[in-house]
Design a protein around this ligand. Structure first.
Ligand SMILES: Nc1ncnc2c1ncn2[C@@H]1O[C@H](COP(=O)(O)OP(=O)(O)OP(=O)(O)O)[C@@H](O)[C@H]1O
Length: 246
């Protein structure tokens, strides 16, 4: 397994938000994490990425224990994420932001050691990431001038620049207007096949078309786990969450 979550637990004061959550994510697997508001989805991703410290449990990547590592060290190990809310520097051109992320991955030494060839390599890599996400027309623009759907794609570009083994996407469709949804979906479908993806999303059309496996979280616990068909038919999930959407 690429990513293994073992009995993760988290409380905020008296509020028990994550209750002994365990699951695995295989190489190249697409998994969606769904559940009602307040179910603990973002908290779980924060525990996996290292934004929050768990009360108990373990996070392993390729068998390596990450639980004690900082968020930055986890990124260096291959665990990247995007956020629910756009957090991009508003005024720096998109191409430069992607280049900066690549430099960060390579480390500053790379920059000083071979400044010219390294910069060309970095620029080429940045362009290839923008091409993959059909963002070349936005390369010279700052995120503040882009449509919201494109801003979400820039966040994905920055995450891809870190060459992760696992990418966690926190609501990639949040705030994206209907007309731009297809662009984001196409970009998600075009992500490298070897990349393992854990996606939190409320848009059930996206979840059921994108995910190979769905994990349903309710009150901090895994209520159900299965293929999209299994989840669609699951009586408790239908009653508690999917309702008429199924
Ligand atoms: N830092 C915090 N301090 C105290 N309570 C928190 C904190 N972060 C989250 N919570 C609480 O934990 C619970 C789970 O929140 P979380 O954001 O993980 O849910 P979610 O499933 O991601 O919800 P949504 O779908 O609305 O984003 C909520 O009751 C929330 O108020």
């Amino acid at each position: 397994m690429t990513l293994s979550i073992r009995k993760l637990d988290k409380s905020f004061g008296g509020l028990h938000v994550t209750r002994s959550v365990s699951f695995d994510l295989g190489r190249g697997e697409r998994v969606a994490l769904i559940g009602p508001n307040g179910a603990g989805k973002t908290t779980l991703v924060n525990l996996i990425s290292g934004t929050l410290k768990p009360g108990g449990g373990e996070v392993l990547l390729e068998g390596r224990r990450l639980t004690h590592l900082s968020q930055a060290r986890r990124v260096a190990c291959g665990l990247a994420r995007t956020f629910q809310i756009t957090t991009l520097p508003a005024h720096m051109p998109v191409l430069n932001q992607v280049e900066m992320a690549i430099h960060a991955r390579l480390g500053m030494a790379h920059r000083w050691w071979r400044p010219f060839s390294a910069c060309r390599e970095v620029r080429d890599e940045a362009w290839s990431i923008l091409e993959r996400l059909a963002l070349e027309p936005a390369a010279a623009q700052a995120p503040s001038g882009l449509a919201y759907g494109e801003q979400r794609l820039v966040e994905m570009a920055l995450a891809l620049a870190l060459r992760p083994a696992v990418l966690m996407l926190d609501e990639p469709m949040a705030g994206v207007p209907r007309g731009e949804g297809r662009t984001v979906l196409r970009a998600l479908e075009d992500l490298p096949g070897s990349l393992s993806i854990l996606m939190i999303e409320h848009d059930m059309d996206l979840v059921f078309s994108f995910a190979q496996r769905i994990i349903v979280l309710a009150e901090g616990r895994i209520m159900a786990e299965g293929t999209p068909d299994e989840i669609r038919r699951h009586p408790e999930v239908r009653a508690a969450y999917l309702g008429a959407k199924s």
